[in-house]
Design a protein around this ligand. Structure first.
Ligand code: ADP
Ligand code: MG
Length: 132
């Protein structure tokens, strides 16, 4: 099998006395759809945030292998480099609260591209085709 697009190794994240991640290993391959299931409070959101570089783990590593270019060790990046990675490379649909109600669905999707410097007209056109 090809090398994973996202690979996590021995992730640990603790909040106070709560161990949210207790040594998580995970490999996700290009084109794969993965559902992470577990009881409320079992650490799903924490894992997603660590994989995405939103949250830094206490220990362990996350490597992202883009289709082109060198592998990126997400857990070795600065906070600003992780923000740039999310802006340019990752896409999210959050559970709640992060759509802007004044904007249409197409505009909500186009917004991320516009922040990334794509012209409004192009961003809206791409967003409409993605949603379609
Ligand atoms: N920012 C935080 N501060 C303190 N505790 C947190 C924080 N985020 C998550 N936790 C705790 O870590 C555990 C895992 O939470 P979470 O990853 O949100 O689980 P899930 O998404 O599976 O419901 C829970 O016990 C939760 O209360
Ligand atoms: Mg959650």
């Amino acid at each position: 099998m090809n090398t994973p697009v996202i690979e996590a190794h021995a992730l640990i994240k603790t909040f106070g006395t709560t161990r949210a991640l207790a040594g998580v290993d995970l490999a996700i391959h290009r084109g794969e759809s993965v559902a992470i299931m577990g009881a409320s409070g079992s650490g799903k959101t924490t894992l997603l945030h660590v994989l995405a570089g939103i949250t830094a783990p206490d220990a362990g590593s996350v490597v992202f292998r883009p289709a082109e270019g060198a592998p990126i060790e997400v857990t070795a990046l600065s906070e600003s480099a992780r923000s740039r990675l999310r802006r340019e490379r990752f896409g999210f649909v959050f559970q709640q609260g992060l759509l802007i109600p004044e904007l249409t669905a197409v505009e909500n999707v186009a917004l991320a591209s516009m922040i990334n410097g794509v012209r409004r007209q192009d961003a809206v056109q791409h967003a409409a085709s993605w949603l379609a």
